[in-house]
Design a protein around this ligand. Structure first.
Ligand code: ATP
Length: 346
């Protein structure tokens, strides 16, 4: 496995700058997730690394070797796309064996069998090896597509939303398997998703892309706890961080330039009115509008009394609020953002 380095990579399509000066160092064995909304440049970045696109500027190197001008087949990367493309007339076994029988690097048949069986066992499709690829469920087909990448031992795996076409249960199962397999293989992975739960659970580090720019890179925890902008703050965390005008909390001490306050749902606390106001507490009168009851916590939607602004609060399930309850909202850890949405440290 090898490290991946991008420096100053730019890719334009006509007037659109899809990738705008991306620099990135991914050490060997890292599971790196590119996270961003639709159109942010995630797929283009992956295609540039795979060699399916040529950058207008910048360099790509894999394992210390400059591959910027190298054809895809010579880069030693394995690619899994969102839409799995299996060979329908081949069995699962032959689909998995296909990359190993490539004329570029043919392997002995005993080795092909050993490798295919090993990967099929990992992905729990071992009992389907003789089936035609077309007689599989969507989830099984996607496993075969992932398996086709895993049978090789490339320098780098590139995966573009490989789980997005699966139902929630399968997505969860395969996510856990992918992480386990990546750790077992010590594989270097560049993985694209717009799903923040995938990003949080899979990543060693996350790179947040916005309009072609890498706006923040860090561990899931660093990015969650210390977002550099309101944009990044709202990309991680479910439910989404509350972003409100600073003017709604005039009693809060904050940096002068701050115009927006971000408060994670778990950093708000509800008190029944009337409530004692402690030192340093920022309380606001509000009323409960509706409650989403999840298994271990409740998401309480409250409306602030004077402005009508809605906030979402994660409350312990045993606090049992009801619609129309009068409450006080306490802010525990506000994050401050300026007019451009950049974070300001208090
Ligand atoms: P999604 O999550 O929707 O797949 P993405 O983050 O992967 O989005 P890209 O597919 O990389 O985004 O696209 C980035 C930008 O580049 C978009 O504005 C897109 O329209 C544009 N783009 C991508 N490929 C091409 C192309 N071949 N020709 C023209 N424009 C393109």
């Amino acid at each position: 496995m090898a490290e991946l380095r991008l420096s100053g990579v730019v890719k334009r399509f006509g007037g659109v700058t899809a990738v705008d000066g991306v620099g990135l160092d991914i050490p060997s064995g890292e599971f790196f997730v590119l996270l961003g909304p639709s159109g942010a440049g995630k797929t283009t970045t992956l295609r540039l690394v795979a060699g399916l696109e040529r950058p207008d500027a910048g360099r790509v190197s894999i394992g210390g070797r400059d591959v910027t001008a190298l054809a895809p087949a010579l880069r030693d990367v394995a690619f899994v796309f969102q839409q799995y493309s299996l060979y329908p007339h081949l069995s699962v076994f032959d689909n998995l064996a296909f990359p190993l029988r490539s004329p570029l690097r043919p392997s002995p048949e005993t080795e092909v069998r050993r490798k295919v069986e090993e990967v099929a066992r990992m992905l729990r499709i071992h009992d389907k090896l003789q089936n035609p690829a077309t007689r599989l469920s969507g989830g099984q087909m996607q496993r075969v597509a992932i398996g086709r990448a895993l049978v090789r031992s490339p320098a780098l795996y590139l995966m573009d939303e490989p789980l997005s076409s699966l139902d929630a249960k399968l997505r969860n199962d395969l996510r856990l398997e992918l992480k386990r397999i990546q750790q077992d293989l010590g594989a270097t992975m560049l993985y694209v998703t717009h799903d923040q739960i995938e990003a949080m659970t899979l990543a060693t580090r996350i790179g947040v892309l916005d309009a072609g720019r890498l706006v923040q890179v860090g561990t899931p925890q660093q990015i969650y706890e210390n977002p550099g902008s309101a944009h990044v703050a709202s990309r991680l965390g479910s439910p989404r961080i509350n972003l409100v005008a600073r003017g709604l909390f005039p009693q809060l001490d904050g940096p002068e330039r701050a115009v927006t306050v971000g408060i994670r749902t778990e950093h708000l606390r509800l008190h029944r009115r009337p409530a004692a106001s402690g030192p340093g507490m920022a309380h606001r009168g509000a009323s409960v509008r509706r409650i989403e009851r999840l298994s271990d916590l409740h998401l309480v939607h409250v409306g602030l009394d004077d402005s009508g602004q809605e906030l979402i609060v994660s409350a312990p399930a045993n606090e049992s609020f009801e619609p129309n309850d009068a409450v006080q909202v306490e802010l525990l850890r506000p994050l401050w953002f300026d007019a451009e949405g950049q974070r300001i440290h208090a």
